[in-house]
Design a protein around this ligand. Structure first.
Ligand SMILES: Nc1ncnc2c1ncn2[C@@H]1O[C@H](COP(=O)(O)OP(=O)(O)OP(=O)(O)O)[C@@H](O)[C@H]1O
Ligand SMILES: [Mg+2]
Length: 271
Protein backbone atom coordinates (compact mmCIF):
# COMPACT_ATOMS: atom_id res chain seq x y z
CA UNK A 1 0.00 0.00 0.00
CA UNK A 2 2.80 2.38 0.84
CA UNK A 3 3.96 2.91 -2.72
CA UNK A 4 1.00 5.26 -3.03
CA UNK A 5 2.04 7.40 -0.12
CA UNK A 6 4.13 10.40 -0.99
CA UNK A 7 4.31 9.05 -4.52
CA UNK A 8 3.33 12.50 -5.69
CA UNK A 9 4.94 15.60 -4.29
CA UNK A 10 2.89 18.45 -2.92
CA UNK A 11 2.15 21.12 -5.53
CA UNK A 12 5.25 23.09 -6.45
CA UNK A 13 5.93 25.89 -3.98
CA UNK A 14 9.50 26.92 -4.73
CA UNK A 15 11.48 27.00 -1.54
CA UNK A 16 8.38 26.76 0.61
CA UNK A 17 8.53 24.85 3.85
CA UNK A 18 5.52 22.71 4.65
CA UNK A 19 2.94 24.61 6.65
CA UNK A 20 1.97 21.61 8.72
CA UNK A 21 3.76 18.36 9.41
CA UNK A 22 1.92 15.43 10.90
CA UNK A 23 4.34 12.93 12.39
CA UNK A 24 3.43 9.38 13.42
CA UNK A 25 0.01 10.52 14.52
CA UNK A 26 -2.16 7.94 16.26
CA UNK A 27 -5.67 9.05 17.17
CA UNK A 28 -7.73 7.22 19.76
CA UNK A 29 -10.69 7.56 22.08
CA UNK A 30 -9.50 5.76 25.19
CA UNK A 31 -8.33 2.35 24.05
CA UNK A 32 -10.25 2.63 20.78
CA UNK A 33 -7.66 3.45 18.10
CA UNK A 34 -9.25 5.30 15.18
CA UNK A 35 -6.22 5.78 12.92
CA UNK A 36 -2.54 5.10 13.46
CA UNK A 37 0.85 6.18 12.10
CA UNK A 38 -0.33 9.06 9.96
CA UNK A 39 2.56 10.86 8.31
CA UNK A 40 1.96 13.70 5.90
CA UNK A 41 2.64 17.35 5.23
CA UNK A 42 0.44 20.20 4.15
CA UNK A 43 2.02 22.63 1.70
CA UNK A 44 1.24 26.33 1.87
CA UNK A 45 -1.44 27.28 -0.63
CA UNK A 46 -2.64 23.78 -1.40
CA UNK A 47 -6.14 22.36 -1.18
CA UNK A 48 -5.90 19.01 0.58
CA UNK A 49 -9.01 16.83 0.51
CA UNK A 50 -9.61 14.21 3.21
CA UNK A 51 -11.72 11.22 2.28
CA UNK A 52 -12.56 7.73 3.47
CA UNK A 53 -15.57 5.75 4.62
CA UNK A 54 -17.99 6.98 7.25
CA UNK A 55 -16.49 6.69 10.71
CA UNK A 56 -12.90 6.25 9.50
CA UNK A 57 -11.77 9.34 11.39
CA UNK A 58 -11.87 12.32 9.02
CA UNK A 59 -13.53 14.71 11.47
CA UNK A 60 -11.31 13.36 14.23
CA UNK A 61 -8.24 14.15 12.12
CA UNK A 62 -9.50 17.71 11.61
CA UNK A 63 -9.90 18.07 15.38
CA UNK A 64 -6.28 16.95 15.85
CA UNK A 65 -5.12 19.47 13.24
CA UNK A 66 -6.86 22.40 14.94
CA UNK A 67 -5.78 21.76 18.51
CA UNK A 68 -8.99 20.25 19.87
CA UNK A 69 -7.86 16.69 20.50
CA UNK A 70 -4.55 15.60 21.94
CA UNK A 71 -2.81 12.88 19.88
CA UNK A 72 -2.57 9.46 21.50
CA UNK A 73 0.86 9.38 19.86
CA UNK A 74 2.82 11.57 17.49
CA UNK A 75 2.88 15.26 16.76
CA UNK A 76 1.22 18.00 14.76
CA UNK A 77 3.80 20.64 13.85
CA UNK A 78 3.14 24.13 12.54
CA UNK A 79 6.58 25.14 11.31
CA UNK A 80 8.78 24.30 14.27
CA UNK A 81 5.92 24.59 16.75
CA UNK A 82 4.31 21.47 18.17
CA UNK A 83 0.62 22.35 18.45
CA UNK A 84 0.26 20.32 21.63
CA UNK A 85 3.48 21.41 23.32
CA UNK A 86 3.51 25.21 22.82
CA UNK A 87 2.37 27.51 25.61
CA UNK A 88 -1.17 28.83 25.71
CA UNK A 89 -0.24 32.17 24.18
CA UNK A 90 1.46 30.60 21.18
CA UNK A 91 -1.36 28.14 20.76
CA UNK A 92 -3.92 30.94 20.82
CA UNK A 93 -1.95 32.80 18.14
CA UNK A 94 -1.92 29.68 15.97
CA UNK A 95 -5.63 29.10 16.47
CA UNK A 96 -6.36 32.69 15.41
CA UNK A 97 -4.84 31.93 12.00
CA UNK A 98 -7.31 29.08 11.42
CA UNK A 99 -10.83 29.28 10.05
CA UNK A 100 -12.99 26.29 10.86
CA UNK A 101 -16.33 25.03 9.66
CA UNK A 102 -17.48 21.99 11.59
CA UNK A 103 -19.48 19.19 10.03
CA UNK A 104 -22.72 20.32 11.64
CA UNK A 105 -22.00 23.92 10.59
CA UNK A 106 -23.86 25.09 13.65
CA UNK A 107 -24.77 28.75 14.06
CA UNK A 108 -25.85 30.28 17.35
CA UNK A 109 -29.61 30.43 17.03
CA UNK A 110 -29.95 33.29 19.51
CA UNK A 111 -27.93 35.60 17.24
CA UNK A 112 -28.59 36.94 13.77
CA UNK A 113 -26.51 35.61 10.89
CA UNK A 114 -24.45 38.81 10.91
CA UNK A 115 -23.78 38.52 14.64
CA UNK A 116 -22.66 34.93 14.13
CA UNK A 117 -20.13 36.02 11.52
CA UNK A 118 -18.93 38.93 13.67
CA UNK A 119 -18.48 36.74 16.74
CA UNK A 120 -14.87 35.64 16.05
CA UNK A 121 -13.90 39.26 15.36
CA UNK A 122 -15.52 40.34 18.59
CA UNK A 123 -13.94 37.62 20.70
CA UNK A 124 -10.50 37.45 19.13
CA UNK A 125 -9.71 40.96 17.88
CA UNK A 126 -10.09 44.57 18.94
CA UNK A 127 -11.75 45.55 15.69
CA UNK A 128 -14.18 48.49 15.88
CA UNK A 129 -17.88 47.58 15.62
CA UNK A 130 -18.30 49.32 12.24
CA UNK A 131 -15.32 47.44 10.80
CA UNK A 132 -16.75 44.19 12.14
CA UNK A 133 -20.04 44.80 10.42
CA UNK A 134 -18.35 45.82 7.19
CA UNK A 135 -16.18 42.68 7.22
CA UNK A 136 -19.12 40.42 8.09
CA UNK A 137 -21.24 41.88 5.29
CA UNK A 138 -18.34 41.36 2.89
CA UNK A 139 -17.86 37.73 3.97
CA UNK A 140 -21.59 37.05 3.64
CA UNK A 141 -21.55 38.54 0.14
CA UNK A 142 -18.65 36.23 -0.74
CA UNK A 143 -20.76 33.17 0.04
CA UNK A 144 -23.82 34.57 -1.75
CA UNK A 145 -25.68 35.70 1.37
CA UNK A 146 -25.49 39.46 0.98
CA UNK A 147 -29.12 39.86 2.02
CA UNK A 148 -28.99 37.72 5.15
CA UNK A 149 -27.05 39.88 7.61
CA UNK A 150 -30.10 40.60 9.76
CA UNK A 151 -31.72 37.16 9.32
CA UNK A 152 -32.29 34.70 12.15
CA UNK A 153 -30.49 31.40 11.42
CA UNK A 154 -33.79 29.50 11.84
CA UNK A 155 -35.20 31.27 8.77
CA UNK A 156 -32.38 30.06 6.47
CA UNK A 157 -32.32 26.86 4.44
CA UNK A 158 -29.79 24.16 5.32
CA UNK A 159 -27.52 25.21 2.46
CA UNK A 160 -27.71 28.87 3.47
CA UNK A 161 -26.82 28.01 7.06
CA UNK A 162 -23.85 26.06 5.79
CA UNK A 163 -22.68 29.01 3.72
CA UNK A 164 -23.15 31.33 6.70
CA UNK A 165 -20.95 28.98 8.75
CA UNK A 166 -18.32 29.23 6.01
CA UNK A 167 -18.58 33.04 6.10
CA UNK A 168 -17.95 32.83 9.85
CA UNK A 169 -14.93 30.58 9.23
CA UNK A 170 -13.61 33.27 6.87
CA UNK A 171 -14.21 36.06 9.38
CA UNK A 172 -10.58 36.57 10.37
CA UNK A 173 -9.12 36.06 6.88
CA UNK A 174 -7.56 32.77 7.92
CA UNK A 175 -4.33 31.54 6.37
CA UNK A 176 -5.61 28.06 6.87
CA UNK A 177 -9.18 27.02 6.36
CA UNK A 178 -10.59 23.73 7.64
CA UNK A 179 -13.91 22.64 6.18
CA UNK A 180 -15.76 19.48 7.18
CA UNK A 181 -17.96 18.43 4.27
CA UNK A 182 -18.76 21.97 3.09
CA UNK A 183 -20.88 20.91 0.14
CA UNK A 184 -22.65 17.84 1.53
CA UNK A 185 -26.37 18.28 1.08
CA UNK A 186 -26.09 21.38 -1.10
CA UNK A 187 -27.73 21.54 -4.52
CA UNK A 188 -25.30 21.27 -7.47
CA UNK A 189 -25.39 24.99 -8.26
CA UNK A 190 -24.67 26.09 -4.70
CA UNK A 191 -22.01 23.45 -4.44
CA UNK A 192 -20.33 24.64 -7.65
CA UNK A 193 -20.49 28.21 -6.34
CA UNK A 194 -18.76 27.08 -3.17
CA UNK A 195 -16.05 25.32 -5.17
CA UNK A 196 -15.42 28.59 -7.02
CA UNK A 197 -15.16 30.44 -3.72
CA UNK A 198 -12.60 27.96 -2.40
CA UNK A 199 -10.64 28.20 -5.65
CA UNK A 200 -10.63 31.99 -5.34
CA UNK A 201 -9.38 31.76 -1.75
CA UNK A 202 -6.51 29.53 -2.80
CA UNK A 203 -5.55 31.20 -6.08
CA UNK A 204 -6.04 34.86 -5.17
CA UNK A 205 -5.45 34.92 -1.42
CA UNK A 206 -3.06 31.99 -1.05
CA UNK A 207 -5.28 30.37 1.56
CA UNK A 208 -4.41 26.79 2.42
CA UNK A 209 -7.52 24.63 2.60
CA UNK A 210 -8.04 21.27 4.30
CA UNK A 211 -11.42 19.93 3.34
CA UNK A 212 -13.27 16.74 4.16
CA UNK A 213 -15.24 15.83 1.06
CA UNK A 214 -16.95 12.91 -0.65
CA UNK A 215 -18.03 15.01 -3.60
CA UNK A 216 -16.09 13.85 -6.65
CA UNK A 217 -16.78 17.03 -8.59
CA UNK A 218 -15.33 19.15 -5.81
CA UNK A 219 -12.39 16.81 -5.29
CA UNK A 220 -11.42 16.81 -8.97
CA UNK A 221 -12.06 20.53 -9.43
CA UNK A 222 -10.30 21.71 -6.30
CA UNK A 223 -8.04 19.30 -4.53
CA UNK A 224 -4.34 19.45 -5.27
CA UNK A 225 -4.04 16.24 -3.30
CA UNK A 226 -6.32 13.71 -1.72
CA UNK A 227 -5.52 11.90 1.51
CA UNK A 228 -7.45 8.67 1.92
CA UNK A 229 -8.05 7.17 5.36
CA UNK A 230 -8.88 3.50 5.43
CA UNK A 231 -11.31 2.28 8.09
CA UNK A 232 -10.17 -1.37 7.99
CA UNK A 233 -6.42 -0.98 8.22
CA UNK A 234 -6.90 2.19 10.32
CA UNK A 235 -4.29 4.18 8.50
CA UNK A 236 -3.86 6.32 5.40
CA UNK A 237 -3.61 4.27 2.25
CA UNK A 238 -3.11 6.98 -0.36
CA UNK A 239 -1.92 10.55 -0.72
CA UNK A 240 -1.59 12.24 -4.08
CA UNK A 241 -3.30 14.21 -6.84
CA UNK A 242 -6.82 12.84 -7.30
CA UNK A 243 -6.40 12.18 -11.03
CA UNK A 244 -3.22 10.20 -10.47
CA UNK A 245 -4.87 8.17 -7.70
CA UNK A 246 -7.86 7.46 -9.93
CA UNK A 247 -5.37 6.08 -12.47
CA UNK A 248 -3.07 4.04 -10.27
CA UNK A 249 -4.06 4.41 -6.61
CA UNK A 250 -4.98 1.45 -4.40
CA UNK A 251 -8.06 -0.42 -5.60
CA UNK A 252 -10.40 0.96 -2.96
CA UNK A 253 -9.31 4.52 -3.68
CA UNK A 254 -9.78 3.99 -7.41
CA UNK A 255 -13.27 2.65 -6.71
CA UNK A 256 -14.06 5.70 -4.59
CA UNK A 257 -12.79 8.05 -7.30
CA UNK A 258 -14.52 6.21 -10.15
CA UNK A 259 -17.87 5.64 -8.56
CA UNK A 260 -20.78 6.75 -10.65
CA UNK A 261 -18.47 6.93 -13.66
CA UNK A 262 -20.66 4.51 -15.64
CA UNK A 263 -23.68 6.72 -15.06
CA UNK A 264 -23.57 10.45 -15.82
CA UNK A 265 -21.99 12.17 -12.83
CA UNK A 266 -23.73 15.47 -13.39
CA UNK A 267 -27.29 15.66 -12.17
CA UNK A 268 -29.90 17.79 -13.79
CA UNK A 269 -30.12 21.11 -12.04
CA UNK A 270 -33.69 21.70 -10.96
CA UNK A 271 -34.97 24.90 -12.54
N1 LIG B 1 -16.34 11.92 21.14
C1 LIG B 1 -16.13 10.65 20.78
N2 LIG B 1 -15.99 9.67 21.69
C2 LIG B 1 -15.74 8.40 21.32
N3 LIG B 1 -15.65 8.00 20.04
C3 LIG B 1 -15.80 8.92 19.09
C4 LIG B 1 -16.05 10.30 19.39
N4 LIG B 1 -16.15 10.99 18.24
C5 LIG B 1 -15.97 10.09 17.25
N5 LIG B 1 -15.76 8.85 17.76
C6 LIG B 1 -15.52 7.64 16.98
O1 LIG B 1 -14.37 7.85 16.17
C7 LIG B 1 -14.54 7.29 14.88
C8 LIG B 1 -14.27 8.33 13.85
O2 LIG B 1 -15.29 9.33 13.90
P1 LIG B 1 -15.27 10.57 12.92
O3 LIG B 1 -16.42 11.42 13.29
O4 LIG B 1 -13.92 11.18 12.93
O5 LIG B 1 -15.51 9.86 11.53
P2 LIG B 1 -15.71 10.51 10.09
O6 LIG B 1 -14.71 9.87 9.19
O7 LIG B 1 -15.69 11.98 10.19
O8 LIG B 1 -17.17 9.97 9.69
P3 LIG B 1 -18.35 10.68 8.81
O9 LIG B 1 -17.95 10.49 7.37
O10 LIG B 1 -19.53 9.88 9.14
O11 LIG B 1 -18.43 12.11 9.22
C9 LIG B 1 -15.95 6.72 14.87
O12 LIG B 1 -15.85 5.35 15.08
C10 LIG B 1 -16.65 7.39 16.01
O13 LIG B 1 -17.60 6.52 16.57
MG1 LIG C 1 -17.08 13.45 9.87
Amino acid sequence: MNEHLHAQPAPPQPGAEPLVRVENLTMAFGSNVIQRDLNFEIAPGEVLALAGGSGCGKSTLLRHLIGLQVPAKGRVLYGARDLYAVDDKEKAALLRSFGVMFQAGALWSSMTVGENVMLPMQVLTDMEPERREQEARFKLALVGLAGSFEAEPATLSGGMRKRAAIARALALNPQLLFLDEPSAGLDPLTSAHLDELIMHLRDDLGTTVVMVSHELESIFALADRLLFLDAQSKTMTALGPPKALRQDGPEEVQRFLRRGAAAPVKEETPS
